[in-house]
Design a protein around this ligand. Structure first.
Ligand SMILES: Cc1cc2nc3c(=O)[nH]c(=O)nc-3n(C[C@H](O)[C@H](O)[C@H](O)COP(=O)(O)O)c2cc1C
Length: 183
């Protein structure tokens, strides 16, 4: 387990097949065990799988981008629309924060971040390739409506999932003493 966490590597080159239904269930169970102050469960995961769903997500990305930048050129538009097709499955991870009086907003977003990391580690452990992206469009408010999100919701990432089409290379582990000190 600890080895799998240390050796984890993102994979930007993903192909079919996407994770199986059974494996997705396990990965989501892992995600839903994220630490969660006061049990607010501020998590939502929206799964886009297959050609039609990925096309739809591409349209959402493009329409939202055009609202911010109406003069986007044809090439840029095609690039944005094609982004979800970098994997057979994309999960949009969302913090549906409740803004509880005793739980600062950031803690709800952090809980989704922890959930995403659990999901990513699960995917890696099960042999899948995975890449956590945001890009500017995650912070584009126009994306919220087509995704069925409220204005207060936060997109924490687009999680690209599939089968690695290249050999995964783990990055060197940073030196512990450079980031850790005694208090
Ligand atoms: C919140 C968050 C957003 C990220 N967004 C992007 C992104 O938009 N594009 C990108 O290339 N990497 C992004 N990354 C980084 C990659 O997911 C990945 O961690 C990085 O390429 C390092 O690779 P590694 O995970 O194998 O160490 C993001 C990471 C986090 C935590």
């Amino acid at each position: 387990m600890i080895e799998s966490i240390i050796n984890r590597a993102s994979c930007g080159r993903l192909e079919a097949p996407a994770p199986s239904k059974e494996h997705m269930e396990l990965m989501f169970q892992a995600a839903l065990r994220a630490p969660d102050h006061r049990g607010l469960k501020p998590w939502e995961y929206i799964v886009f799988e297959g050609e039609e769903a990925l096309n739809r997500l591409g349209d959402y990305l493009l329409q939202a981008s055009l609202k911010e930048q109406p003069d986007l050129g044809e090439e840029a538009q095609l690039k944005i629309k094609g982004k979800p097709h970098r994997a057979p499955m994309v999960i949009v991870a969302v913090a549906k924060a409740q803004n509880h009086p005793k739980v600062p907003h950031i803690e709800e977003v952090l809980s989704v971040g922890a959930g995403v990391q659990n999901l990513i580690l699960g995917a890696y452990d099960l042999g899948y390739g995975v890449y956590w992206r945001t890009g500017g469009v995650a912070y584009n408010d126009y994306l919220k409506e087509p995704l069925g999100l409220g204005y207060e919701d936060t997109i924490v990432g687009f999680i690209y999932l599939g089968t690695p089409s290249i050999e995964l290379k783990s990055k060197p582990v940073p030196k512990v003493e450079e980031f850790v000190r005694k208090g």
